[in-house]
Design a protein. Sequence first.
Length: 219
Amino acid sequence: MADIRNTKAFKALATQTEAELLTRGLDVVSVAVTNVLAHNVTMVADRLGIQPRSALRYIEPSAVADQIAKASAVDTDGAHAVHGVRPVRVDDRTVFMPRWVCSRPLMALAQAVKYASSNGDSRTVQHATDLTFEIGLAIGADSASDSAGLPIGLLDEAADIIEQVAAHIETDGWSVCPCGEEHGQTEADTRVPGVMRADAELIRKIRAKGDVEQRVVRG
């Protein structure tokens, strides 16, 4: 299989599959696409009793993209363990906000990481951690400035993740410490969703304010 991955035909299928995923609003790391393709090639070759190179002609990029999209859908069993899948950022504009305001999404994302980690959702942990790191980079980009520029897509993703974790706490019983022994976490679990939703709302207000400011500048 290592040889087949290096062929032009396989690489072309990978490129086509990534393009299909983009039309579905998904940005998937190349190694993940390659792994799924390789698995499909091996499966087809074994079933038909043919060489992997011959099996390539039976692989449809759109079908592979559908397979990845379905596996990564939030309501799919096991989706919490899927890595390397992100929503496509269709809006590449930047919102400038006071540096001190950045502490709110940072704290909310840290809270999301804490809950997701404690409740076995490694996908949310990875995504929220990546966003936290990205905000940190934006804050440190120009230490002389009083504001930091954050991509609108980042703010959208952060607000969505924070709201999703709040929903998990309320509907799925996520706890900051699911050890089974009561030591104050129940009270925290009751209060946290409201705080997280307030943070998500603040992030969306910042995004909206940034939209207005940029439209004024462009006008």
